[in-house]
Design a binder for this molecule. Structure first.
Ligand SMILES: Cc1ncc(COP(=O)(O)O)c(C=O)c1O
Length: 374
């Protein structure tokens, strides 16, 4: 019997390009026969989870035969208390990535469009395409920040959502509170009650908010019912492997997302580890200090080598390796046991992105980079 898969699958899935994830350490060891490999490819926290989170995961292991609480009640309460919001405004996903897809499934129809920034995190574009939306990609301003005014201007009656990664991955740049408020007001003025969703993705919120002009978007939630704020336990809390992200939105939006999400999307270990991480007093300040120091020393060395980079408000740096192709430098760094990311899918063919690691990892990266770009 023959099965014509091309005919059966949805049109939008036929040529769908998969997400290219950072390469795992074990894969590179195996493929290149290397003993020591470091991964600075996916903006993870080199400190790992806090001790309390590890203990909570170990304790929860014995309960793994039970399904998790499908509503993640305790975690929602903890987030609500932590951020001083009502629990009905909190939404959870298997990574903020899942919430991005749930938003797409809930709101987007074929023929709608979404607005993104040209070098923005690619999962928005993917979610839009999956649902058959047109993607309006708006050039960035000089210095690789989102041009929010230009993004507001391309909104049409068919626009369902505008996605703003703040800070943006992979550029590390951020939009200020003033820019963001101005943008929200333009959208509101143009469209009023028919305004599209504005999804602000703050995956690197804890790193970025050390900047005084970084927006406090939670305070805007009651003013703009079309606003969705996304955050995650994957980055500063070091729980990327457990997949737990969260968001804040109006109770009406949260209710609809909760209706369509998979019932047990936050697993037992993820729920308890996230709660333990929130309660931990050291994880965030320690990680910020490590990252700030690491970023300073990496950027100082890049300056010394004369290699241009973009100032970052997050835990990674986008480096311009022109005239070399980023993909080429990436491959050569792999041979040195350092996994970073090439940036071709972000239309940045002469760039690589490196996560700030421990001091030793940063040194290993810099030594390798110097060698392969010499
Ligand atoms: C801007 C941005 N948003 C969302 C995500 C996804 O994070 P999560 O692990 O919560 O799905 C990432 C991960 O790299 C990111 O950089």
């Amino acid at each position: 019997m023959k099965f014509n898969i091309q005919k059966q699958i949805r049109k939008n899935c036929r040529d769908f390009e998969p997400y290219r994830a950072g390469k795992p350490i074990e894969t590179i060891k195996r493929e290149l026969g290397l003993k020591k490999v470091i991964k600075l490819a996916s903006n993870e926290n080199p400190l790992g989870p806090c001790r309390a989170a590890i203990a909570a995961i170990q304790k929860a292991a014995a309960d793994a035969y039970y399904y998790p609480d499908s509503n993640s009640w305790a975690l929602k309460q903890a987030l609500a208390k932590f951020y001083l919001v009502d629990p009905s405004s909190v939404v959870l996903g298997a990574g903020s990535d899942e919430i991005i897809e749930l938003i797409a499934k809930l709101f987007f129809n074929p023929g709608d469009n979404i607005v993104v920034s040209r070098h923005a995190f690619i999962r928005y574009e993917m979610a839009g395409k999956l649902m058959g939306c047109a993607v309006k990609s708006v050039p960035m301003k000089e210095g690789y920040t989102h041009d929010l005014v230009a993004m507001a201007q391309v909104v049409t009656a068919r626009t369902k959502a505008i996605f703003i990664a703040n800070p943006n991955n992979p550029t590390g740049t951020y939009n200020t509170a003033q820019e963001f408020k101005k943008f929200m007001d333009i959208v509101e003025k143009r469209f009023g009650g028919n305004a599209p969703l504005v999804v602000v993705d703050e995956a690197y919120y804890e790193y970025a908010r050390v900047n005084k002009d970084y927006p406090d978007t939670l305070r805007l939630l009651s003013l703009y019912p079309n606003l969705i704020i996304l955050r995650t336990f994957s980055k500063i809390y070091g729980l990327a492997g457990l997949r737990v992200g969260y968001g804040f939105a109006s109770p009406a939006i949260v209710d609809f997302i909760d209706r369509i999400r998979p019932p047990f999307n936050i697993n037992v270990a993820a729920q308890v580890a996230a709660m333990a991480s929130l309660a931990d007093k050291n994880q965030v300040p320690h990680s910020i200090t490590l990252t700030e120091q690491g970023k300073l020393s990496v950027c100082r060395e890049l300056d010394r080598y004369g290699i241009p980079f973009i100032a970052s408000a997050a835990n990674f740096v986008l480096i311009d390796v022109s005239p070399r192709a980023g993909a080429d430098v990436f491959k050569q760094l792999l041979k040195e046991g350092v996994i970073v990311r090439a940036m071709d899918e972000y239309h940045l063919h002469n760039h690589i992105r490196v996560t700030i690691g421990t001091a030793a990892q940063n040194t290993m990266f810099l030594t390798a980079l110097k060698k392969v770009t010499a």
